[in-house]
Design a binder for this molecule. Structure first.
Ligand code: SAH
Length: 343
């Protein structure tokens, strides 16, 4: 089988080259081409001899997602639909902001978590993405930009639960942040999880990126209903893991809370949320539910949302209301389904 070079780290690439009898520094050269110059063929690696390129062609491959559609929202958000080699479909979303762009990437085709408000959950779980399928979303988005250096932030908030695909996500993350890879700042890469406690503990010890936790409810009964994973890892165990998460100085965990009309939007819910997070280095992102065809739930009124925010601010939490971007093209949180035709 051909080795998939984008899925290896520097050391593995060096070992692979020396195992074939080549110089170790070839690894850095090839990684430059892949991760900095963003080429998609060995032929373009012009500082390698023709012979070496021929051998690479034979023994290695460069995974390429097939970009079969790009939609652009009226607010500038772009949604890329990619076909994997086995025909599964995934999506990534590019969100232009004032002085930089953010890319939201997928970690799985489909998702097994079954959250009631999320469209990805509707389609069930297809499979885990490989490290190179994860990182190729970043490479392709960069390639499509007039100014690739504007892409500064990466969020794992697309399709799938990243901690359910821990090993591949970790490998991709390493190549995203290492200076011999894509060299993104660790402080600008965020992994968002629904709260898988055992891999959350591992994450803290093994990779140093920013953490976001999708809380979405402040009591177990409501959370069990919205997010079945809560039956396995209830709030108490999840918050304990968050409290123990090794945070760098000055950093906070972001807690995401989708606001759903008459489900989790009462004053009492805000108060409970403030109690749950009291004493933690936390930041709260309120996300008014994005409606889609897979749910009957609705967002609260703006008045209710502002009241909810106000209660949290009075309790001294940094609380922002996340603007939804790209709704008109089904690119907002929870609207990704990896389908070719929109309804
Ligand atoms: N599985 C990971 C990452 C994907 S979801 C996680 O759960 O965090 C990314 C974010 O979108 C989560 O915070 C999730 O709560 C939110 N989300 C899902 N469906 C949504 C919807 N219909 N409206 C608004 N936000 C939604």
């Amino acid at each position: 089988m051909k080795v998939d070079l984008k899925g290896l780290d520097l050391q593995e690439t060096e070992q692979w080259f020396t195992g074939l009898g080549f110089e170790e520094y070839r690894a850095r050269q090839v990684r430059q081409w892949l991760f900095k110059r963003l080429v998609n063929s060995f032929e373009q690696m012009t500082n390698l001899s023709k012979d070496l390129r021929g051998i690479l062609e034979h023994k290695a491959r460069i995974t390429q997602l097939e970009n079969i559609k790009t939609q652009v929202s009226s607010d500038g958000t772009k949604k890329y639909l990619f076909r994997l080699e086995d025909n599964n479909l995934i999506e990534s979303v590019l969100i232009p902001e004032r002085d930089h762009d953010t890319l939201c990437i997928s970690s799985q085709a489909g998702c097994a978590m079954g959250c009631k408000f999320c469209l990805t959950a509707n389609q069930g779980f297809r499979r885990n993405l490989t490290p190179s399928e994860i990182i190729d979303q970043v490479i392709q988005a960069k390639r499509s930009l007039n100014n690739p250096d504007r892409l500064k932030n990466i969020v794992f908030m697309g399709m799938g639960e990243p901690l359910a695909n821990f090993d591949a996500v970790k490998k991709a993350l390493k190549n995203i942040v290492h200076d011999d890879g894509m060299n993104f700042s660790k402080r600008r890469v965020t992994l968002s999880t629904c709260g898988l406690v055992p891999p959350l503990k591992k994450l803290g010890n093994e990779i140093n990126v920013k953490l976001a936790v999708s809380l979405n409810a402040a009591d177990d009964k409501t959370r069990n209903m919205l997010m079945p994973i809560n039956r396995e890892y209830p709030l108490k165990s999840l918050l304990k893991a968050c409290k123990e998460f090794p945070l760098p100085k000055g950093e906070r965990i972001t807690f995401e809370y989708i606001l759903i009309k008459e489900v989790n939007d009462r004053d009492l819910d805000a108060l409970r949320l403030s109690e749950l997070l009291s004493g933690m280095r936390a930041k709260i992102n309120l996300i008014p539910l994005n409606p889609h065809r897979g749910t009957h739930m609705n967002p609260p009124s703006m008045e209710r949302i502002l009241k909810f925010q106000d209660i949290l601010i009075k309790k001294h939490f940094t609380t922002i209301i996340r603007k939804s971007r790209g709704r008109d093209i089904g690119a907002a949180c929870g609207q990704l389904c990896g389908e070719q035709e929109d309804p």
